[in-house]
Design a protein around this ligand. Structure first.
Ligand code: TYM
Length: 320
């Protein structure tokens, strides 16, 4: 199966990116043909500092490799190195109803807040559809927040086929039961734009401090409490074994312990969980040329696939 997904280099990947998406990339690279990319063209809608963008791209590649993405099993590349994708974006855009894009949440949220949006943000889902379609992708592993965009992609396939005949592979989103919507330090969805993220890498002491500052309700934890729906419990669940989760749930229900205790537990399990990846990242960082080689080789492979698909689409539309 062709599996494809992308992540924006808008900052450092966080727990939500890992548990919702990157963890799936790594599992799926075993028995599939995985194509994973760093969506720098998408990031241009928010990052307007060239040096920062360049650094974010390398950091994101390092993070993905350190977490276990294996370039011998999967293809890792940078979106903008495949110009065929932007060409396909145009072909798709000529048949995209405005109303479809007006309903998309990134644009809608910004507009509702009274902020002015640019055409890049408005047409963002079409570029994402081109990303998916350019590689004949069948499965797209993502967090819950991307499902709407994959639905738009499926709609665009339907209308393109209706107009020009069968051309693309119809993709399907894949989300996990636990991890599709990881909460942030304020209990809302963890997101770089809400400033509530917990990073995967970085200074352990600083991360511990961020965990200890996670917002909780004012009910005394000594009172018995339902674990379901509690964001600290949800975070704990991402790392702990089923037995540990059960034990923690029992503590919640019995009452008599403070939020500080579960915060400490989250800090400990998370540190242990990412320990190997942290060591691996330090190693990889010493040889950035190899990381660049991995990205170049990935782009070469991805471009061959995209060129054939986009050729198919060009012919279907009647272009020379
Ligand atoms: P991005 O960069 O916002 O996020 C990358 C992946 O992480 C997932 N994710 C989460 N999952 C669970 N809980 C959270 N709190 C959380 N926050 C983020 C996202 O769902 C995503 O899977 N538009 C995409 C990038 C993209 C893409 C594509 C994805 C561009 N082209 C083609 C798939 C296919 C985005 O902004 O992801």
């Amino acid at each position: 199966m062709r599996v494809l997904s992308g992540i924006q280099p808008t900052g450092r990947p966080h727990w939500g990116n890992y548990f919702g998406a990157i963890r799936q990339y790594i599992d799926l690279q075993e028995n599939n043909d995985g194509f994973y990319f760093i969506a720098d063209l998408h990031a241009l809608t928010t990052v307007r500092h060239p040096d920062q963008l360049r650094q974010n791209v390398i950091d994101t590649a390092l993070d993905m490799l350190a977490l276990g993405l294996d370039p011998n099993k999967a293809t890792l590349f940078v979106q903008s190195q495949i110009p065929e994708v932007t060409e396909l974006t145009w072909l798709l855009m000529t048949g995209t109803p405005m109303g479809l894009l007006e309903r998309c949440h990134a644009y809608k949220d910004k507009k509702e807040k009274g902020l002015s949006a640019d055409a890049g943000l408005f047409t963002y889902p079409v570029l994402m559809a081109a990303d998916i379609l350019a590689y004949d992708s069948q499965i797209v592993p993502v967090g819950a927040d991307q499902i709407q965009h994959i639905e738009v992609c499926r709609d665009l396939v339907g209308s393109f086929h209706h107009t020009f005949g069968e051309t693309f592979v119809l993709p399907k989103a894949k989300t996990l039961d636990v991890g599709a919507k990881v909460p942030g330090t304020d209990g809302q969805k963890m997101s770089k734009s809400y400033d509530n993220t917990l990073p995967l890498f970085g200074d352990v002491k600083k991360i511990r401090k961020q965990i200890m500052r996670i917002v909780t309700d004012s009910r005394p934890m000594e009172d018995p409490k339902e674990p379901e729906g509690d964001h600290l419990f949800e975070l704990y669940q991402l790392f702990a074994t089923p037995a540990e989760v059960e034990a923690m749930a029992a503590k919640y229900r019995a009452g008599g312990f403070g939020y500080g205790e579960i915060k400490k537990a989250v800090a400990e399990v998370s540190e242990t969980h990412f320990e190997t990846a942290r060591t691996r990242r330090d190693e990889l960082e010493k040889d950035l040329d190899s990381v660049r080689d991995i990205l170049d080789a990935g782009a070469k492979r991805a471009r061959e696939v995209a060129a054939a698909v986009v050729d198919r689409a060009r012919t279907a539309c009647g272009l020379r």
